[in-house]
Design a protein around this ligand. Structure first.
Ligand SMILES: Cc1ncc(C[n+]2csc(CCOP(=O)(O)OP(=O)(O)O)c2C)c(N)n1
Ligand SMILES: [Mg+2]
Length: 600
């Protein structure tokens, strides 16, 4: 494995490339809007029920996604797209030749492109499924940790990639994001970019004032670089004029809800409001008075997240592998009549509005699905540009890795009376002591219950994983202890803090290592049986992505009988039975356990 791509600053596009990017940005906005419109208004259906979709959320990230997919990302990078912007992802894959028109026409229908990007149900190479907000974001950082783990062994598929999440600002309320941030800090997270679509709107309305400052503080304290992409080039040019500083101050002071409302109302409302607020600032007013209503609205919504060059500059400026959080200011529904309205989350353009957009996009009737109709560049030039795309350069994004040979039976120590938890620990201890491809490919992890779930013997043999080696001070000081906790890049146990969401997302990342990163791992996670419920959504997420891992929930009533009172429940076996993509067992004997583990 080499570390070339991830560390290299991505170059800026040439003028010709930029011209292509501007055209594709326009096409992505059109196709994502049209896909949703088609599903709701055009597709023949049996009933009049709403199909749904999120045109405003898509418009919000059109520029960010265009810059990433069509310029900045390379084949090794892996992306989690905020769930409700699925049409943007599918439109981009369609333009790159990896998605069919058929699937776009079937958006949200059986067999069509999925409402939320799905690794298992979509056919166009979704890297990370998303849907339950927050989980895909955390998935990027755990995949990056797994990439480092492989890197330490010279395993995996060529160059390192960046793990990128396109994140909604409302999504940042999800607690699992902060659990992942803290764990990432502990493990020296790198090669991870979170691009926050800072449109200051969520589902029900406008987000709380001052969120940006909180983001700055939290991410900086976790060792991330925070890059704010606030203003586009038009606004920056206006700020440089006499009186421009005052205009900037006005925008900075403008409450989120007022700004959103004015975005929706348009040029006349901007003029009326600004003129009133700036009566004693003639130079600033002169800037505004020189523009007609459409130009004024265009200027006042020229936020960084909608300015391709501002976004590309910010991405290209990163010349290190530390994690980066980009806060890109955007308008929800930018470029659409839904822009800024507080109810726009699930809002759909009317047929008249989509017709007006179609006119503005110069898309002829009947050419709605055409990849290049209405664009200002020759189709051949755009096709050449798409053919040179680095993200799609290796064709399929699904990697393969051979399976790991498993012995005919797993060794265990027979005893007349033993808990299955103890038996589990002995099986892993014996595996760890031996020398096999199976043992080498096992990675264990646990949210601070390593010792009490009997993983100690395994860890003593195989060590704790850390990017930077650290000695076991207790051992060096000859303090008696049954646990050897030496940390090194060759260690095979990832110790987590007490956060079960992190356990399941880590297992998801490890359990997809073969297809995401090109090397198969055999992940085994342990958790106290009752605390499974703490991370159920993340467990469901891992199973939904078809990640392969073994989850050992112990102690439970049977695994450690005398201690079992607090852990005895019919609830957790029911979880095992009900969870799709999971096979659950309640072993009562150690030989039975060995057979189950071997099969797994
Ligand atoms: C765990 C979870 N809870 C609720 C939802 C429903 N939901 C989908 S999007 C959304 C609002 C997201 O707001 P934001 O992240 O700001 O996205 P954007 O403004 O870009 O649409 C909500 C509540 C969800 N998908 N997942
Ligand atoms: Mg938002």
């Amino acid at each position: 494995m080499t570390a070339d791509l991830a560390n290299a600053p991505s170059r800026l596009p040439t003028a010709d490339e930029l011209a292509c990017l501007r055209q594709l940005e326009r096409k992505v906005l059109w196709l994502s809007s049209w896909m949703i419109h088609n599903a709701n208004h055009m597709r023949p259906g049996d009933d009049q029920l709403k199909v749904g979709g999120h045109q405003a959320s898509c418009a919000s990230i059109t520029t960010l996604a265009t810059a990433l997919y069509f310029h900045t990302l390379s084949a090794q990078d892996r992306v989690a797209v905020k769930p409700h912007a699925s049409p943007v992802f599918h439109a981009i894959q369609y333009l790159l030749g990896h998605q069919t028109r058929d699937k776009l026409e079937g958006f949200r229908a059986l067999g069509g492109a999925q409402a939320y990007p799905s690794r298992t149900k979509d056919s166009d190479d979704v890297d990370f499924s998303t849907g339950s907000v927050g989980l895909g974001v955390a998935m990027t950082s755990f995949t990056s940790l797994v990439q480092d783990y492989l890197h330490a062994r010279d395993w995996g598929h060529g160059a390192e990639g960046r793990m990128v999440a396109l994140v909604g600002d409302g999504e940042l309320d999800e607690g699992n994001i902060y659990e992942a941030l803290l764990e990432g800090w502990k493990h020296d997270l790198r090669n991870t970019w979170w691009v926050i679509d800072y449109n200051r709107q969520s589902l029900d309305g406008v987000v709380t004032e001052g969120l940006r400052e909180r983001i700055d503080d939290i991410f900086t304290s976790m060792g991330w670089q925070v890059v704010t992409i606030k203003y586009g080039h038009k606004l920056q040019a206006a700020f440089a004029k006499p009186g421009g500083a005052r205009l900037r101050q006005w925008i900075d002071d403008c409450p989120n809800d007022l700004y959103a409302a004015l975005c929706f109302e348009g040029g006349e409302a901007w003029r009326e409001h600004l003129s009133r607020d700036l009566t004693n600032a003639p130079k600033t007013r002169a800037i505004i008075d020189g523009l007609d209503d459409a130009e004024l609205a265009d200027l006042m919504t020229n936020l960084g997240g909608h300015d391709l060059t501002a976004v590309l500059d910010a991405f290209a400026a990163i010349d290190h592998d530390r994690p980066v959080c980009f806060v890109a200011y955007t308008v929800k529904g930018y470029g659409l009549p839904l822009a800024g309205h507080k109810d726009n989350h699930a809002g759909l353009m009317t047929p008249a509005q989509i017709a007006a957009l179609q006119g503005a996009m110069a898309v002829p009737a009947g050419a709605e699905w055409d990849k290049f109709a209405g664009l200002d560049l020759a189709t051949g030039d755009l096709q050449d540009f798409l053919a040179s795309n680095r993200f799609a350069a290796e064709g399929t994004r699904r990697l393969r890795a051979p399976t790991v040979p498993v012995p005919a039976r797993l060794e265990f120590e027979a005893a007349r009376e033993a808990s299955t938890q103890e038996g589990f620990g002995r099986i892993l201890h014996l595996l760890g002591r031996g020398d096999s491809a199976l043992a080498d490919h096992i990675i264990t992890t646990s949210p601070d219950v390593t010792v009490s779930t009997n993983l100690g013997g395994w860890v003593n043999q195989r060590g704790l994983y850390a990017r930077n080696p650290a000695a076991d001070t207790f051992r060096n000081r000859h303090i008696p202890s049954a646990q050897k906790w030496e940390r090194s890049p060759r260690g095979q146990h990832l110790e987590l803090g007490i956060a079960e969401n992190n356990l399941f997302i880590a297992l998801a990342a490890m359990g997809l290592s073969h297809t995401l990163l090109g090397e198969r791992l055999i992940p085994i996670g342990t958790v106290y049986d009752p605390f499974i419920q703490r991370g159920l959504d993340a467990l469901n997420y891992a199973c939904y992505q078809d990640a392969r891992f073994m989850l050992v929930a112990t102690p439970s009533g049977i695994s450690l009988a005398p201690e079992g009172g607090a852990h005895q429940s019919v609830g957790t076996p029911l979880i095992g039975m009900a969870q799709d993509g999971l096979v659950a067992f309640e072993p009562a004997f150690v030989d039975e356990l060995a057979a189950i583990m071997r099969w797994s």
